[in-house]
Ligand binder design. Structure first.
Ligand code: DLL
Length: 424
């Protein structure tokens, strides 16, 4: 599609979207009224800058279904993403939303060269997380064979990869490296398997990781990006050029803003990525602030696709950590620590990567009256904290109980995270 045609399409879709949310979502009607805006004031996609932003906090404040634009009966699936201390973010989808989602994932797979002849393992988690089911229906829609392997049980998975002659895999890049490690442990090499293509995302990764994954698994490793609030995987994808991810901008309109001034930034400048869902019905969002930092790339792509590309995610403007593909906020850990009277709310999260797996160590101070030489008591405390944390963040953390006053205090903003993973 030419840029002019895309501009026209996006303009038409934005007009329809604004009218939909103005009439169906009281939250947006109120926001627009505050700005003295009527749907008719939005004539083309260039007017998008007049519209209000949406934040994750807005989604939480309207938990669970306050931002739904469709009739409840038209919602046929709901996903959810991790919350901080309070409510998770709930994302309702209509039948048409699911069909668009399958379509954008199929486009991504097509760009990777996947065809109906491929056998594709989906090794993102199935469930409320969008990775598993999102990738699953995209593979099915394309007509390749889907193996819904999900996560866990790596040795059994490797056996399937071998026995079923699996040619494609979708998982987090760190899980891909873990697979490679397990293969080595089992004495398998890339020559024993048939993998040729991988769709990796849900967490930041680097060129170095790409080379390592490609080398060790014997496949071409492509990026896939997305977030549950906007849809799930398939918001953008790499093509054979492996140089920036093409945004499915007929459905998800991107902007880059300065996170401090909220001013739109020119193409090529790094800032916070913002998306407007041009066609979504279940929970359409205007100018959703992703908190992901990246730049849109100038120039056309040698592959011939005319859609705009985004560069690698270079970080986030909030404190969300992604550990083994799971979103973790330090405040979630803090809220668990606060449930235990034996502990001080003095803690440090140390994130690292051992081998190829992310690790989380939680150091927390024990209150003076509870700190003792009684090993049994201390172990019990450690176990209890570990279990409570697992319930909230779904990760087995390595718990270190510390003596009172042993964690360094800071004078400015308190620092709760040491991330030792190298992303360059
Ligand atoms: O992670 C959706 C997804 C699943 C994408 C599978 C790709 C593959 P959430 O759990 O809502 O959704 O987390 C979204 O993860 O804002 C980014 O910070 C990060 N993220 C997702 N994909 C990438 C990527 C899914 N390819 C958050 N590179 C986003 C870097 C990514 N970060």
């Amino acid at each position: 599609m030419s840029r002019d045609e895309m501009h026209q399409l996006q303009s038409n879709r934005l007009r329809r979207l604004v009218s939909l949310v103005y009439h169906n979502v009281p939250f947006y009607r109120a926001k627009m009224q505050q700005l003295d805006l009527l749907p008719d004031d939005i004539r083309s996609i260039d007017d998008i800058v007049k519209l209000p932003f949406t934040t994750k906090q807005d989604l939480r404040d309207n938990y669970p279904f306050g931002l739904r634009a469709a009739a409840p009966a038209d919602v046929i699936r709901v996903h959810a993403s991790t919350g901080t201390t309070g409510s998770p973010t709930i994302v309702p989808y209509t039948r048409r939303d699911l069909s668009v989602w399958s379509e954008v994932v199929s486009r991504s797979l097509t760009a990777y060269g996947v065809t109906r002849d491929d056998v594709f393992s989906v090794s993102y988690g199935y469930g409320l997380f969008t990775g598993g089911l999102g990738a699953h229906y995209g593979v099915e829609n394309l007509g390749a064979t889907v193996i819904p392997a999900s996560t866990g049980n790596t040795e059994k998975h490797l056996r399937l990869i071998h026995d079923l002659k699996i040619t494609g895999i979708a998982c987090t890049p760190s899980y891909a490296l873990y697979l490679a490690e397990t293969m080595a442990k089992l004495g398998m090499t890339k020559d024993d398997i048939y993998l040729r293509v991988g769709a990796f995302g849900a967490e930041p990764w680097t060129e170095n990781m790409r080379h390592e994954i490609e080398e060790r698994l014997g496949l071409k490793a492509y990026n896939i990006y997305g977030l549950s609030e906007i849809m799930g995987p398939g918001v953008s994808y790499e093509c054979e050029g492996q140089n920036g991810s093409h945004i499915n901008e007929d459905h998800f309109y991107p902007e880059i803003i300065n996170p401090d001034t909220l001013q739109p930034q020119p193409v090529g400048t790094q800032g916070e990525l913002v998306f407007t869902t041009l066609t979504k019905e279940g929970m359409p969002l205007l100018r959703y602030r992703t908190k992901d930092l990246c730049a849109l790339q100038p120039g056309s792509c040698p592959c011939g696709r005319t859609s705009v590309r985004m560069g690698r995610i270079m970080g986030r403007s909030d404190d969300m950590l992604i550990i083994r593909g799971i979103n973790v906020f330090p405040s979630q850990v803090e809220s668990v620590i606060l449930t235990m009277p034996e502990l001080e709310p003095q803690y440090m999260l140390v994130v690292d990567r051992q081998g190829n797996l992310d690790t989380l160590q939680v150091q927390v101070e024990v209150r003076r009256d509870y700190f003792s030489d009684d090993m049994g008591r201390m172990l019990q405390m450690k176990k209890q904290l570990g279990e409570r944390l697992k319930n909230v963040i779904s990760i087995n953390a390595d718990i270190r109980l510390m003596e009172p006053n042993s964690i360094q205090r800071s004078e400015g903003k308190s620092k709760h995270v040491i991330d030792k993973r190298k992303l360059e």
